[in-house]
Design a binder for this molecule. Structure first.
Ligand SMILES: [Zn+2]
Length: 468
């Protein structure tokens, strides 16, 4: 399988494409072998395969396996739903694959006594040894096949694998409060959007450097391995994610990240045929970002990003609850604009993201709502679920571009402490400023089909067909 992995890390592939292919195409390659052979026979092949996967990940992310902390390696192996990268260990999960396929085929196998020449019970027993996990009740090896034939278990491979991964997640989360809070935020809806996005159009593409910095942030690694300082210029301890909350960057790339997210949202709403009215942003932030009329109601929208693992959030235990940081920010925004909303007979909708990409409840509901009233533009006629998936992915990608710019500026400030750029120069830290929507020219392949929308299906696409 080496040639496949060598091709994956070919320099012509972007980091984003390599990682997607690694998770979605490479990992399932060994599954059939693991399902059809006892794990005692596949173990060494699985271990070699795991090394190939890890080596490809290290190459494309420009990381050095030898200098990575153990918890970062575990986060790579954790599934996305636990805040990891989904590079599951085949060696750890091969017994689950073997037991799962045996259980599914049990009804069609001859009775155990007729299988005397095959050491099946021994192999089942060996596989079961790896599956002694909390919450998992499996029959003993001697009656495994009979039980499975009587009542075929559904999704046994999935259930055992999930239990193995839950155990790994618990052990990683137990390392520190900062890491468990970080992983908790990464488990929320939206936080893996940039890892699952198909890079089929500019809004969904991350350049290599942005992808690598986003990966380092997810792994809780500092933006650069060459930084040796222990404290930031702002005086705070230089924790791996410090720049996400650094006071020195507040009016700089942090503001630019907000502007990029707002630009995406405004472009999307306009393309959808809605008419958002951007507010002139004041220095004291007394006005919300946007006004929007929807179905006869008036809304005040305010977009913001909050970091879930700031030292104060960790001290106050705010981040030990799902979306704790986002909920706090939503509450603050509701309170801040309450008087204005009462005067204008509007409803405040705080659109809050955690810097991991986790979507606050207000933003999640807003995305769902506007995805179902898309009246015009490229996605007109697509199902609300397709539109929602696109917008969630585009927001996730834009956020990670902004995060990468913040990390770049933070690292640069440490290297050149006297640098003081004017606000618009902070755009220099953004590696990609792709056009959004109307100015975007389609490539020859269908991008909408990447979102499950059938291009040949009808004429509800307005003017979009002319842009194919
Ligand atoms: Zn700082």
């Amino acid at each position: 399988m080496e040639p496949f992995f060598q091709a994956l890390v070919h320099p012509l592939f972007t980091t984003q494409s390599t990682f997607l292919l690694l998770r979605v195409c490479a990992l399932p390659k060994l599954n059939f072998t693991c399902r059809t052979l006892p794990s005692s026979l596949t173990l060494s092949a699985c271990a070699a395969f795991d090394q190939l996967v890890l080596s490809a990940a290290m190459t494309t992310l420009r990381l050095d396996k030898g200098s990575l902390p153990g918890e970062a390696l575990s986060v790579l192996a954790l599934p996305l739903r636990h805040g990891g990268f989904g590079l599951r260990s085949m060696a750890a999960t091969a017994p689950a694959a073997f037991l799962g396929s045996l259980a599914a085929a049990a009804r069609h196998l001859p009775p155990t006594w007729q299988l005397d020449t095959i050491p099946l019970v021994e192999e089942i027993s060996r596989a079961l040894l790896h599956c002694k996990l909390p919450g998992l009740r499996l029959p003993p090896a001697t009656s495994f096949l009979a039980c499975a034939a009587r009542r075929p278990p559904r999704y046994l491979q999935h259930s055992i694998t999930a239990a193995i991964e839950d155990r790994l997640a618990r052990s990683v989360g137990g390392i520190s409060i900062a890491l468990s809070s970080h992983l908790l935020s990464l488990r929320q809806a939206g936080a893996s959007g940039w890892l699952v996005a198909t890079p089929s159009r500019p809004e969904l593409m991350l350049c290599d450097d942005d992808f690598r910095l986003a990966a380092r942030l997810r792994l809780r690694l500092p933006p650069s391995s060459s930084v040796s300082a222990t404290h930031c210029l702002c005086g705070d301890e230089l924790l791996p994610d410090h720049f996400m909350a650094c006071k020195r960057l507040k009016r700089r790339t942090v503001t630019s990240r907000h502007a990029a997210l707002l630009q995406l949202l405004v472009a999307f709403l306009r393309e959808a045929g809605l008419q958002p009215i951007p507010e002139a942003r004041t220095e004291d932030g007394e006005r919300p970002d946007l006004r929007l009329s929807l179905d006869g109601a008036s809304f005040l929208l305010d977009l913001s990003v909050t970091h879930p693992t700031t030292p104060s959030a960790l001290r106050t235990n705010r981040s030990s609850r799902p979306l704790g940081a986002a909920k706090q920010r939503e509450y603050e925004k509701m309170h801040k604009y309450a008087a204005l909303a009462a005067v204008e007979r509007s409803t405040v909708i705080p659109l809050v993201l955690e810097s991991t990409g986790a979507l606050g409840e207000g933003l999640r509901q807003f995305i769902r709502r506007i995805s179902s009233c898309y009246r015009d533009g490229e996605f007109a006629g697509a199902s609300p679920a397709v539109v929602e998936r696109f917008l969630v992915s585009a927001i996730a990608i834009t956020l990670q571009r902004g995060n990468a710019a913040i990390l770049r500026e933070g690292a640069s400030l440490l290297e050149h402490p006297r640098s003081s750029r004017s606000p618009h120069q902070h755009q220099l830290y953004f590696r990609s400023r792709e056009p959004y929507f109307s100015s975007y020219t389609h490539p020859r392949f269908s991008t909408r089909s990447a979102f499950g929308w059938n291009d040949g299906g009808g004429g509800a696409s307005g003017g979009s067909s002319s842009r194919q």
